[in-house]
Ligand binder design. Structure first.
Ligand code: ADP
Length: 229
């Protein structure tokens, strides 16, 4: 589903070079709940951003469903995110002036879907995340956990096969965090989606199908299977 082939990413900072990712080659299978863990600064967010095309590798290739993204233009990546990828961030990134259901409808409107189909899909995903009763609320009227539920609904509304979540529980208390992990956890079984999560949460790692361990820009281990690099 997601393949990284010798992917490296460097950033320039002043006169120095930061090696955020060093020669990462991994294969993430379709339909599972994969969790990346490792110390702060080891490259987890960079990895997720590259898989979602929010940033580009310095070298190497990322394949989605076996298709190389090496030649992708920024328009190709935008198109890919509008149809195949849903992204959830730590900071929710909801639009304050819009209601929950208006926020969730946005990805569909951006790709040109209109009419009753939008309403039906929005209602459906808000139901999935348990936010039907609060669909007319604006983000400021919702708790952090509720805002993240809306953000997850927005990431699901275009029925992506791949869901990327970067520290989605980082701004939540442990009870709300556990509920959000539970919600993400059920997506592979319920919808066949592949979920890739970057987190510090032990709870999330315990529930993973595969835990990938990172250190200093490298993937250094994988459980329950064998070390891959
Ligand atoms: P993690 O998510 O594991 O905390 P990151 O992927 O955010 O790690 O960062 C990996 C390394 O790359 C860090 O040293 C970080 O400071 C650096 N880095 C990340 N993004 C940028 C950027 N846009 N510009 C410069 N350095 C960056």
């Amino acid at each position: 589903m997601v393949t990284l082939r010798q992917v490296s990413k460097t950033y320039r900072r002043g006169t120095g070079t930061i090696h955020a990712l060093r020669d990462v080659s991994i294969e993430i299978e379709r339909g599972g709940f994969s969790v990346f863990v490792g110390p702060s600064g080891c490259g987890k967010s960079t990895l997720l951003n590259l898989i979602g095309g929010l940033d580009l590798p310095t070298s190497g290739d990322i394949l989605l469903d076996g298709i190389s993204t090496r030649g992708f233009s920024s328009g190709d990546w935008t198109d890919c995110r509008r149809h195949k990828i849903g992204i959830v961030f730590q900071a929710f990134h909801l639009i304050p002036g819009l209601t929950a259901e208006e926020n969730v409808a946005l990805p569909l409107l951006l790709r040109g879907t209109r009419g009753a189909d939008v309403d039906a899909r929005v209602a459906d995903v808000l139901e999935t995340v348990g936010m039907t009763g609060r669909r007319r609320h604006r983000p400021a009227e919702l708790s952090g956990g509720e805002q993240q539920r809306v953000a997850i609904a927005r990431a699901l509304v275009h029925r992506p096969g791949l869901i990327l979540a970067d520290e989605p529980t980082g701004n939540l208390d442990s009870l709300q965090g556990t509920a959000i992990i539970g919600l993400l956890r059920m997506l592979p079984e319920r919808f066949g989606s592949t979920v890739i999560l970057v987190t510090h949460s032990q709870e999330a790692a315990r529930q993973a199908d595969v835990v990938w361990m990172m250190r200093d820009g490298r993937v250094v281990g994988k459980t329950p299977a064998v070390v891959t690099v």
